[in-house]
Design a protein around this ligand. Structure first.
Ligand code: ATP
Ligand code: MG
Length: 335
């Protein structure tokens, strides 16, 4: 059977990249009969970088509200906060002793977020992908729908599972070799300020991203200010080579309208950004308005969100408990 797992960090407001790269695909899969689907708000990952402890519980509620506003149904999917299921931390310790230091040090996210000064970086940032492997494997998830930036972490998860199976599996596979699901033209949305950097919650510039909760004026202003080059749009996708900002805006248009970059250029090729940007703003506003309306309604009901998270955590614990027991027995723990 197919078991799907994914998650997002409560490190800021969800943006168009999170939506098009991951959340939209989660919603699209929720009526599948053959799969079980588990989605987490990964607050344990969010403390790997400096964070505001007092604001974290509300940040979890906000990400949950965004999941729900995007259409994720808490009956059809298990929705919960990572820290409410202790098995994630228990398996992470075991897998920290299975993963090799060199694997973790090679991760580009660690190098990007950690910078040069190792004295200032938490050990947790280094072992972030091992905790992520534990998140996935504690449910024996077979498929993980994520954006393109998580590909390398998924490879590490597969390596960890294979090594655990080889060293402790006693001839049998304890963990599955999980498949990434990285799909569609939204798999890698770039910053509006820099076409070579991905759109991120943690980018200090709010103008670098379109948040799911931005109102129409904010969306229009951010798109108007988005970095571009002076050339008109090309007629075909080859003409986007070496034009990362133009390529990104055309890609966003394509993802929002269900088209391809080629079909967008067939319509807008030859036009300047003075014409294209307002068209893109209109498409984005129309697309996001129902999501942001629903988000505002939900965020005013924190008790309802907490109820959903609590029920989700119970369901998640029931799936994880036999798996963590199996992993502990396999590695030789007394308890
Ligand atoms: P942070 O800056 O705190 O790491 P983030 O924006 O990278 O935040 P995450 O919580 O790390 O968001 O990732 C949540 C999901 O969104 C993952 O599946 C990730 O691959 C996806 N994602 C993040 N950024 C993008 C993007 N720019 N384009 C497509 N998918 C993205
Ligand atoms: Mg990230």
């Amino acid at each position: 059977p197919k078991r799907i797992f994914s998650g997002m960090q409560p490190t800021g407001r969800l943006h168009l990249g999170n939506y098009l790269g991951a959340l939209k695909n989660w919603v699209a899969m929720q009526d599948e009969d053959e799969s079980e689907r588990i989605y987490c708000v990964v607050d344990m990952h969010a403390v790997t970088m400096p964070h505001d402890a007092k604001a974290l519980p509300d940040a979890v509620r906000r990400v949950t509200a965004a999941y729900l506003a995007a259409g994720l149904d808490p009956e059809k999917n298990v929705i919960f906060a990572q820290s409410a299921v202790p098995a994630h931390a228990e398996l992470a310790w075991i897998l920290n002793c299975v993963a090799r230091l060199g694997w973790a040090e090679r991760m580009t996210q660690f190098k990007d977020k950690g910078g040069k000064d190792r004295e200032r970086v938490s050990v947790g940032l280094l072992t972030y992908p091992v905790l992520m492997a534990a998140d996935i494997l504690v449910y024996k998830a077979t498929h993980v729908p994520v954006g393109d930036d998580q590909k390398q972490h998924l490879e590490l998860c597969r390596d960890v599972a294979a090594r655990f199976n080889r060293d402790f599996g006693d001839g049998e596979a304890v963990f599955p070799i999980t498949e990434p699901l990285i799909q569609g033209p939204g798999a890698r949305i770039m910053s509006l300020r820099d076409g070579t950097a991905k759109m991120s919650k943690s980018d200090p510039s709010d103008n670098s991203r379109i948040n799911l909760e931005d109102d129409a004026d904010t969306i229009a202003r951010k798109i108007k200010k988005a970095k571009t080059d002076p050339e008109p749009l090309p007629d075909s996708i080859d003409g986007l080579d070496g034009r990362p900002e133009a390529s990104n805006l055309v890609g966003i248009f394509a993802a929002l309208t269900g088209g391809s970059k080629a079909s967008v250029l067939a319509e807008y090729g030859g036009q300047g950004f003075g014409a294209f940007k307002p068209a893109l703003a209109e498409v984005a506003v129309e697309y996001l308005a129902p999501i942001s309306d629903e988000y505002r309604r939900l965020i005013a009901e924190p008790a309802e969100i907490d109820r959903i998270l609590k029920k989700g955590a119970e369901r998640a614990r029931a799936v994880a408990e036999p798996v963590i027991a199996e992993a502990k027995a396999a590695i030789g723990f007394w308890g």
